[in-house]
Design a protein around this ligand. Structure first.
Ligand code: 3PG
Length: 307
């Protein structure tokens, strides 16, 4: 039985070692494909393994079908699985899992760091502003949203959240004000931190109508996915409002246009950095390996996302 780690963006070396040791201790073979340059390499890897561990790597229909009768499980070491063709996986009898919560703290810390960076004018030497006393809207109260809310409270921010799927009382129990709609969240908060997944309901859902509601001096922080932003409408809004900032860990498709027109008000990390810490890599990598072994040995499908 073989476990293959296939990641364009490598884990920290210690995390790879952890997966290798965990696999080999359980009597599994281990293979590594890192920094690959063509999708064909992932397809080749899928042909020769029983289990795949990936990050944002694209598990397309082609990759999944390449798995043939051998590939049984794909684990996305992380939270979002919009990079995996779940339908194709289900049709081919492949179990898909994620590792929820394992890299959340890293993403939450980055979201707060990006807020400070924006508030201080990207460290340009001029007077900036503070986060203390500002209203922060958490859009979706999952593992990351919850951690961002908690850290923001420590900064003295007034924290609100909206999540259509989390009962309000669960949010309020954390001392966060739960709101009834996204409209309400964006209307009241100078900072909004995005934590929604990318799916058919959310793609391009962060649009002009919603963003225009944000009060003066607004900053939108995106450590979620670029696909949830309606880029043309954000560009339109930024052309009308010179107080509006957009800071993201995932560069938009129209990055060049944003940077050319609004250099002082946008920032995009050169590579998605949210989950890129040794701690997050270790947590997600180890969880992935354990989930695979537990699946093969005990039939455990606790973290399956394509049920
Ligand atoms: C996730 O969904 O877990 C994060 O976006 C991290 O993605 P990455 O593993 O590709 O950095």
């Amino acid at each position: 039985m073989k476990i293959t780690v296939a990641t364009v963006k490598p884990f920290a070396p210690a995390a790879v070692t952890k997966i290798k040791e965990t696999a080999e201790d359980a009597g599994y073979e281990f293979a590594l494909l890192e920094k690959y340059e063509s999708q064909d390499e992932l397809i080749e890897a899928a042909k020769n393994t029983d289990a795949l561990i990936i990050r944002s790597d694209k598990a397309t229909k082609e990759v999944i079908e390449a798995g043939g009768d051998r590939l049984k499980i794909i684990v996305r070491a992380g939270a979002g699985y919009d990079n995996i063709n779940l339908e194709a996986a289900s049709e081919n009898g492949i179990v898909v899992m994620n590792t929820p919560g394992q890299n959340s703290n890293a993403v939450a810390e980055l979201a707060i760091g990006l807020m400070v960076f924006a508030a201080r004018g990207k460290f340009n030497g001029k007077s900036g502003t503070e986060l203390k006393g500002k209203k922060l809207g958490i859009h979706a109260y999952g593992n990351v949203g919850r951690l961002v809310a908690n850290i923001a409270k420590g900064f003295g921010m007034e924290v609100f959240a909206f999540d259509a799927f989390v009962p309000k009382e669960n949010i309020e129990a954390d001392g966060i004000k739960a709101l009834d709609s996204a409209d309400e969240l964006y209307s009241g908060c100078q900072y909004v931190s995005l934590h929604i997944p990318a799916n058919e309901d959310t793609k391009q859902s962060i649009d002009y109508d919603l963003l225009t509601k944000m009060p003066s001096g607004a900053t939108l922080v995106n450590t979620a996915r670029k696909e949830v932003i309606y880029e043309d409408e954000l560009l339109k809004l930024m052309s009308e409002r010179d107080d509006f900032k957009y800071i993201s860990d995932i560069a938009p498709d129209k990055k060049a246009e944003f940077e050319e027109k609004y250099a002082d008000r946008v920032f995009f990390t050169p590579k998605k950095m949210g989950a890129q810490t040794i701690e997050a890599n270790l947590n997600a990598a180890l969880a992935s390996a354990k989930q695979i072994i537990n699946f093969f040995e005990n039939g455990d499908t606790t973290f399956q996302v394509n049920k």
